[in-house]
Design a protein around this ligand. Structure first.
Ligand SMILES: Nc1nc2c(ncn2[C@@H]2O[C@H](COP(=O)(O)OP(=O)(O)O)[C@@H](O)[C@H]2O)c(=O)[nH]1
Ligand SMILES: [Mg+2]
Length: 372
């Protein structure tokens, strides 16, 4: 099948990006959405936030301009990962028969590009079945590689379902310090607000004053109520309990709960996260409705380790993979998909509010191997 055909087919098969509930109208495609003004860097709050709608969802017909911008940013972001992979592929396959030695080299290249042992073996197996013994060019290999990678990613490219009927839908955001939890919450808060949802934040990383302040500033800007600890180090579970009670009373539709990420004290962190979940359930037995694990793509195999550890602590329902801009280890997303099969809800490709995007398997696979 021609590359274009399967990309189209694949995009068609993918679930649509996380969207506002049916009752909520799409944000208007303002001209600003096509040429976004400089948006604020979330970690550096003084600049006012760009309140222009984010690029419209990929499926929307009017989305082409926004889509192009997003794609080029993803590609630019992935370029360091891409170079690592494609240089080796080109070196191995310059009009060469796809024999055992070539397959072995390919497998090593994929492992070196952080795709993980299992995914690399699966991809090479696909090559063995369909192309063994044939003479191939590096261009053909890249296309086939993109197809195999997209096949691994497609099942996990799923939006994070938000059901405001939970009143509120509670999202517990977990992950190691520095991966981008607070930033991701701020970005989500802004995006949900633009979709017309009423959001509130819980500054549950109570020991870090900067995290509390960061959320307070973003709360002011996005109109989200921010539940802050009475004093530094206050009990995060108690804070979450009070916040959920207040959210039920004031009609909040999405409650985003920040948490601590001190992995060096694993037992204490596990106790803290489990306590938050337990206490939240006293207010709403169905909560938390989403447990979003934030992973930093620049950490490569550490992200795999973190997914394991956090998976033991709490019932992670999906992933956000941040810092894909400038990571040379973007291939780790393939390893995550193969190993855990958890939905990848979002990818982060920058520090601005619009830089948190739904994950598209086809775009990511093409970007990773450097194809348009
Ligand atoms: N380049 C880039 N930086 C990011 C991204 N997501 C978060 N950051 C930055 O990573 C740093 C840590 O983020 P923060 O949200 O404070 O992490 P937390 O400790 O998990 O809450 C901040 O400087 C963020 O601006 C991303 O997708 N790309
Ligand atoms: Mg934080």
């Amino acid at each position: 099948m021609a590359l274009r055909d399967w990309v189209t087919r694949l995009r068609g098969k993918e679930a649509p990006p996380a969207a506002a509930p049916e009752a909520t109208p799409e944000p208007p495609a303002s001209p600003a959405a096509e040429a976004p003004p400089p948006a604020p860097v979330l970690a550096d709050p003084p600049a006012p936030p760009a309140l222009a709608a984010p690029a419209p969802p990929e499926a929307a017909p009017a989305a082409e301009a926004g889509r192009g911008g997003w794609l080029s940013r993803l590609k630019a972001g992935l370029s360091r990962s891409t170079t690592k992979l494609t240089a080796s592929v080109s070196a191995i396959f310059t009009k060469r028969r796809l024999d055992e030695a070539a397959l072995e080299e390919l497998e090593e290249t994929l492992i070196a590009a952080d795709l993980g042992v299992a995914a690399s073996a699966r991809i090479v197996e696909g090559f063995r079945k369909t192309r063994f013994g044939r003479e191939v060019t590096d261009a053909e290999v890249k296309e086939a590689l993109a197809e195999e990678i997209a096949g691994i990613l497609a099942p996990v490219a799923r939006p994070m379902p938000i059901d405001p009927a939970h009143a509120p839908h509670v999202v517990l955001v977990v992950g190691v310090n520095g991966t981008g939890k607070t930033t991701t919450i701020a970005k989500l808060g802004q995006q949900y607000r633009e979709q017309g949802l009423r959001c509130a934040f819980v500054a549950g990383d109570t020991f870090r004053a900067a995290a509390v302040e960061q959320l307070q500033i973003w709360g002011e800007r996005t109109g989200a109520r921010v539940h802050v600890p009475a004093k530094p180090g206050a009990d995060a579970a108690g804070l979450a309990f009070d916040a959920l009670g207040a959210a039920k009373a004031d009609g909040t539709e999405v409650l985003l709960v920040d948490t601590a990420g001190r992995l060096h004290n694993k037992t204490a962190l596990m106790d803290e996260l489990r306590k938050i979940v337990r206490i939240i359930k006293r207010v709403d037995a169905t909560a938390p409705h989403s447990v979003l694990l934030v992973l930093d793509a620049t950490t490569g195999q550490n992200a795999i380790q973190q997914a394991k550890v956090f998976g033991e602590m709490v019932d992670v329902t999906g992933l956000a993979v941040t810092k894909l801009d400038g990571s040379a280890k973007g291939g780790v997303v393939v390893a995550l998909a193969q190993e855990f099969g958890l939905p990848v809800h979002f990818v982060g490709v920058g520090e601005q509010a619009g830089d948190l995007r739904p994950f598209s398997a086809a775009d990511f696979a093409l970007g990773l191997v450097g194809l348009d």
